[in-house]
Unconditional design. Structure first.
Length: 456
């Protein structure tokens, strides 16, 4: 379902038909990152990643791809997760560019670079500590003999040792980046895809540095300079017999529709117009315009626009999803439920996010029989997307309307738990447990939440 991006640090509880932003920890992201959930975008990026992960031997390793609400062109790995900025998705003009990014990050995971980086960090810390101790020792000796020069040298030795350790670590990181680049080309060749997108990405990064007038010391950064990366990769890329292979037209259209969706949510109709100024009447531009119209509070016109799109693409599940979103806003929950049901019937794999949206529309009708069905759909959707914290609020509402207070309390506990609000989660779990039979599945789940110890 279409989801509105809202800049908040905490998890938001709202209609699942809006772009959901949650805040989650990521050790390499220096704190917390805002995560976007969207069925259409996730399905497309997962499709991009599947052959690459298979080529990397990671298809059964439980790799998750997380979308980060950030306008910059960036991606990184953390554990067995690949984080991709929405800015990378909108700036990348072809699927191949994003596939190259995924291939690079998969190279880091397959190569075990994170674990070795941790070892290098420990080594760097040891070098810095030893250097500091040597410096302190020299300083103490200088003070004891009243030799100021020696004491000053001690400080220099400590600082110099730390700098050597830091530069050594950065040098190690640069070498791993080069390795990941080369590995990415291997994965692309194995899957019959071009590496041209990788070169385009690095060329864009190099141009950005040049336009910004940045004068960077290459020894002070953790990645090779973009021009250097292009020089290293271009020969390898051009040797591939797949170098001139283009993305299929249908995949390119889906990619552009994704870009239109993100642009409409993050910057509005004008951003969509800028992206597609060369084809303002094409389907991606129409899609972004329909979303922007919906977001600006004009459901009647938005419905007309999405219906025009559906007439052109009747089997696109995400157009039906958007139609459901609009109908919810127009206070037509029964019609919205029908649109979501149609989206579910068209989407491959029964996406949990769409099923939660269907449940929400059923819940909004307020009819007892449909509320009961809503609880079932929400529960099933959340079993597929257990970390989708927002959905538990609607499940709690459904159980509450059915008079099942125990499960309503437990659903609230689950929502707070997956939002990282552990104190509130424990309070609701305690309340739920008091209404449940000891040892029952619900009671045991409440006990798990009560006994959970948050990391660090």
């Amino acid at each position: 379902m279409v989801h509105r991006i809202i800049a908040r640090a905490a998890t938001l509880f709202m209609l699942a038909s809006y772009l959901i932003v949650v805040s989650v920890p990521a050790s390499q992201a220096q704190g917390r990152v805002t995560v976007v959930r969207d069925a259409e975008i996730e399905a497309l990026v997962t499709e991009y990643a599947a052959p690459i992960l298979k080529a990397a031997g990671l298809s059964r390793s439980g790799i998750d791809i997380i979308l980060v609400n950030n306008r910059s062109f960036n991606a990184f790995v953390d554990g067995r997760r690949i984080f991709i900025h929405t800015g990378a998705l909108t700036q990348a003009e072809t699927p191949n560019e994003i596939i190259g990014v995924i291939a690079h990050e998969a190279g880091h995971i397959a190569g075990g670079h994170q674990e070795r980086l941790r070892q290098q960090l420990k080594r760097a810390q040891t070098m810095a500590i030893v250097s500091a101790l040597i410096g302190i020792g020299a300083g103490v000796a200088g003070a004891a003999t009243d030799t100021r020069g020696l004491a000053s040298a001690g400080v220099g030795m400590a600082a110099g040792g730390a700098e050597m350790a830091r530069r050594g670590l950065l040098g190690y990181q640069r070498s791993e980046e080069v390795t990941a680049d080369r590995t990415a080309i291997d994965y692309l060749n194995k899957t019959g895809q071009s590496a041209k997108g990788m070169l385009t990405t690095f060329d864009r990064l190099a141009g950005g540095l040049a336009l910004a007038g940045v004068n960077v010391d290459p020894y002070q950064i953790s990645h090779p300079m973009p021009r250097e990366r292009i020089a290293n990769l271009e020969e390898l890329a051009r040797k591939s017999r797949f170098y001139d292979r283009k993305d299929p037209a249908q995949l390119q259209q889906r990619h552009d529709m994704m870009r239109a969706k993100i642009a409409a949510h993050t910057e509005g109709a004008q951003a969509v117009q800028r992206l597609f100024r060369q084809d303002p009447r094409g389907i991606p531009a129409m899609y972004g315009n329909a979303i922007a119209t919906f977001l600006t509070g004009n459901p009647r016109t938005a419905l007309q626009k999405v219906d025009a799109l559906i007439s052109k693409m009747p089997r696109n599940p995400y157009l039906q999803e958007l139609r459901g979103d609009i109908l919810i806003k127009a206070n037509r929950p029964k019609d919205a439920a029908n649109a979501y049901a149609r989206a579910l019937s068209l989407a491959p794999g029964t996406p949990g996010l769409l099923q939660v949206g269907y449940g929400q529309a059923l819940l909004a009708t307020g009819q007892p029989d449909l509320v009961k069905k809503a609880a079932s759909e929400l529960q099933t959707g959340l079993s597929r997307e257990p970390e989708f914290a927002n959905g538990y609020r609607y499940l709690a509402q459904a159980y509450g309307q059915m008079g099942d207070i125990a499960n309503a309390e437990l659903a609230s506990a689950e929502g707070y738990f997956h939002a990282g609000q552990y104190r509130d989660a424990k309070l609701f779990a305690i309340r739920a447990q008091k209404r449940m039979k000891r040892g029952s599945p619900g009671w045991l789940r409440a006990q798990d939440i009560i006994q959970y110890k948050a990391p660090g």
